[in-house]
Unconditional design. Sequence first.
Length: 261
Amino acid sequence: MKYILLLISLIVSFALAAKDVSLDDLRNLKADFEKKYSITLFIEQTPFSISKFESKVITKEFYQDLYEYMIILDEEMSKYPLKFLWKTRLRAIALVRSLIYNYQLRGAIPDYGREILFFDILDGSDFEIYQRHVIHHEFYHMIEQELNGSSYWKDPVWKSYNSPDFNYGKGGATMQKNANASVFSHPQIGFLNLYSQSGLEEDKAEIFASLFIKQEYSKLKKWAKKDKILKNKMDYMMNFLIQNNKDFNPSYWDKLHSQAK
Ligand SMILES: [Zn+2]
């Protein structure tokens, strides 16, 4: 009897998990997102391509993945005050699969010229925190471009926090094949992970993203107690945010970090 009950519950849960996501469900979510943020969301077609970019449109067998990604995307974007989002002039987000830049598979790509963020919804789909992190990381590159003039700005203040003998690597593109690069391992004083060491712009994007992900923020905060360089970088980024939008005040962070995710 016990086994029959177990079998029935397995069948029921499988049926629930396999619930078909229809195109209408996706279009409704898209409409809600666009209304809420005034940002266009491409889900059925890739917005006109430019050189070196390649991606595939999401077909029916990936609708469930797309649906789940759209829920995550909404949860993460809702962490930004709307006025801040608009200040960054982010115009659209394109959700695709098999995203390639310059012959290299990428989880995300910012298109600075057209103010569009591209995300591969299948990249890291078995590791939700990573997917959430990537949304903020990539958005930061666009913020840096928009509010500080260049996504590759060699910010002298940021650089001054590192020890004088430290040199960054050759940029994030050189790290794409290193599966451990994004793991929060605190490999050296001043750095969250190996990816942070690949370039100043990646270091900033990693610190920025970690502020918005509860689990990562708690690591940053813990390490920053004994790591003055990390503490300086964390304070710098929080100051940058509050200077651009007064809603990023201490109570905003308290509220954000008391949330479940
Ligand atoms: Zn990056």
